[in-house]
Design a protein around this ligand. Sequence first.
Ligand code: UGA
Length: 431
Amino acid sequence: MNICVIGTGYVGLVSGVCFSEKGNNVTCVDLDVEKIKKLKNGTATIYEEGLEDLLKKNISEGRLKFTSELSECFNQSDVIFIAVGTPPKENGEADLQYIKGVAVSIGQLISSYKIIVTKSTVPVGTGSLIKQIIAEESSFNNFDVVSNPEFLREGSAIFDTMNMERAIIGTESSKAAEVLRDLHLPFTNNIVITNRETAEMIKYASNAFLATKISFINEIANLCELVGADVTKVAEGMGYDKRIGHSFLQAGIGYGGSCFPKDTSALVNIAEKAGYNFRIVKDVEKVNTDQRYKIIEKLQAAFDNDLSGKNVAVLGLAFKPNTDDMRDAPAVNIIPELIKMGCQVKAYDPVANENAKMVIPHLHTVPTVLEAIDGADALLILTDWQEFKKLDFHSIGKVMNKNVVIDGRNLYSPDDMKKAGFYYSSIGRKT
Ligand code: UGA
């Protein structure tokens, strides 16, 4: 199949590379000329395990191409994927300016039957909007617009795509549904064919449900602290029930990243526009925001509410491990608050130091754990990097000024920390 993917961000690039790996001819298009230059040379513009190898392989085997001109690949493509960004506006609504721009370009180029597919997460009804824009730009009306949302996670994007758990195909056209089913069958047998609005809703409902699981377990954690229970055991016990499952029940300092915060507020906004008050998701968002500040309360409790002049080592800045992504990371709220309270912060992240400095004013980063903890009065864990799980607290105790660890990701055993002589406070467990 001949495929064109517009937008080479996380979703577009990974999808393009994986479609080519399954034998399709793929051209990825992006207005960013510099990015296209790098990609043409086989250099991945984001870090994802296995991405660069697949990129190089498929370029050299002639199935994967890159261009900044949509007109170069449009005519010969059967399927056009739209994978451009839909960032949140101030009011939480998804900004569709890039999607609309692409629809105008498609309208200007279309002259033979095309299947136009949205992979970006777009509000319910966007497929119809795209259809309308193309119709306004062109008198040629032989095309179908399909919703085919993406479910990959940052950090395991290639794995998630090559082993996708389901493909959602939203279209009323049986011709388009058949083409997309054939395209996805090499990836999964779980194919849901439905109408466009339902497909668009499946993506929001999935992300909002996962966010709800996280806020739910965080509230259980807060309650556990008050009644002397241990949230990690509660989650383990709950998870054996197949209807609940173990995943996304890790209590901590809340979810971040480019998807959950954006998609939960977009869903609330979609509901508002439809005249519906989506109470659960609104509360999920509130719980998540409050959860970020819990770690500061715990730090204050360790120092009798006086944090002025305290040296604080922060380990972990990215919103989750194995990425340098700082978008909506809890650290972005927590660190400025600590600085405001008079703390001197030294932060370390295995890969996100540079990105963090761009979004956190006055951030002092250091290149090693040791430099962060040297002379520190307290150590704060904000991201669950594997590297932090292996720290030797007997040696760390000798380097720190005071032995205080506030763990926002429940990486260590409270008993072990006590034995190592630490004041240790984590989430939803006895200190
Ligand atoms: C998420 C979804 O998992 C993907 O399925 C979806 O495709 C993607 O959004 C998207 O819409 O594009 P991602 O944002 O990459 O993927 O990250 P996750 O691995 O889902 O983690 C999100 C956040 O939840 C992180 O901040 C993580 O620390 C937090 N989390 C996750 C918890 O606090 N507890 C958990 O048990 C699990």
